[in-house]
Design a protein around this ligand. Structure first.
Ligand code: SAM
Length: 344
């Protein structure tokens, strides 16, 4: 219990440190830095900076050289820290929702909370997704698309719909990578769409657009229109994922493909024991974000992130898709991300 509480509290300091720029500075530094240099470069009061650094030294994330009285992050930690610490501020997003989620638990409280009701959530998602975007593209998305034969199609020029695209991080990354294809990002959160659309001022891509809409009620004009539909980390958030799968089936061309990305966790918590990967920890964001989202509307299925891959596969098959490719066997032991390629 002591370890559990201690790690949770260190994560809170990590979240603050990420926001203040400590990790970026220390990961980019080629030499150890004194307290004064760190405080000056970040524009911080030395006393506060010292408290944060002391916490990180005790946690063995930042190291301190007594002779030069300077702080540093070991080279071996840098790559992971630079990418991973952007996840930590999710704690602030979750604690912002604590009152609302507490009400949802109560029998006489509301069913759920929408993504729209989380003021800073999409700013966090945007920053977090940006921090993992290049790695996710190179190590996850593009290799899977190549294995699934989708990369060649995207290279020659097809039409893709990114359902529940969030702030459009992957929509843009794919649009940039495959300039001959056209991409539509669809979202029901106006807050996410504002961020997604604003990014095109810098990106200047003419093959990507964003539309407001509900994943469970896709417009009729899209019937039979798309070669590829992406559902990245979305299906389990929906109050009626079954309706969404029906709708996706409708908007795909006869030879179209659904690419579905979920976390390879089990539906039964007994099979998630043992602290593999982030499995245990992910129950918390699911409880605060995914579950309240999937309880929002009729029929309040409330699957959340722990719907379980066995149940997701059953839903895919029940909705007349065939699973033509998946990396389930590779990722199941590590509870990583599972990619499905589904055909009609
Ligand atoms: C975990 S985020 C994933 C966003 C994006 N796919 C990504 O990976 O960055 C889930 C997204 O689903 C969206 N969403 C939830 N319910 C939706 C619905 N009924 N229709 C469309 N989007 C929805 C949320 O607003 C949120 O942006």
């Amino acid at each position: 219990m002591t370890r559990l509480f201690s790690d949770g509290l260190v994560m809170m300091a990590m979240a603050l440190g990420h926001r203040l720029g400590f990790y970026k500075l220390l990961c980019e530094a080629t030499d150890p830095m004194t307290l004064q240099a760190i405080s000056d470069q970040l524009g911080l009061k030395e006393r506060y900076a010292k408290e944060w650094l002391s916490c990180m030294v005790a946690a063995e994330i930042v190291y301190f050289d007594r002779d030069s009285e300077a702080y540093y992050i070991p080279e071996a930690f840098k790559t992971e820290l630079k990418v991973r610490t952007a996840f930590a501020p999710v704690l602030m997003q979750l604690s912002d929702r604590c009152d609302a989620v507490e009400k949802c638990f109560k029998k006489d409280g509301p069913y759920g909370v929408s993504y729209n009701d989380a003021p800073g959530y999409f700013n966090w998602l945007e920053e977090y997704r940006n921090s993992i975007r290049d790695r996710a593209m190179e190590e996850e998305i593009l290799p899977r698309f190549r294995e699934q034969g989708l990369a060649a199609k995207l290279e020659s020029g097809i039409c893709m719909l990114d359902v529940g695209c969030g702030t459009g991080t992957f929509t843009y990354a794919l649009a940039k990578h495959f300039p001959k294809s056209t991409f539509i990002g669809m979202e029901y959160s106006e807050k996410a769409l504002v961020i997604a659309r604003a990014k095109n001022e810098q990106m200047q891509l003419d093959n990507v657009t964003f539309e407001y809409g509900d994943a469970q009620a896709l417009p009729e004009k899209w019937t039979g229109h798309f070669d590829l539909v992406l559902l990245y980390d979305v299906l389990h958030d929906l109050p009626n994922p079954h309706k969404c799968l029906d709708q996706v089936y409708q908007v795909l061309k006869p030879d179209g493909v659904l690419s579905l990305v979920e976390q390879a966790v089990a539906g039964d918590p007994m099979d998630n024991r043992g602290g593999v990967g982030m499995t245990t920890g992910f129950y918390t964001p699911s409880m605060f974000v995914c579950l309240p989202s999937s309880m929002m509307g009729e029929p309040h299925v409330g699957y959340g992130a722990f719907w379980g891959i066995e149940n997701i596969e059953k839903a895919i098959l029940d909705h007349h898709f065939k699973i033509s490719h998946s990396n389930r066997q590779e990722v199941e032991a590590t509870k990583g991300r599972v990619f499905y390629c589904c055909t009609k």
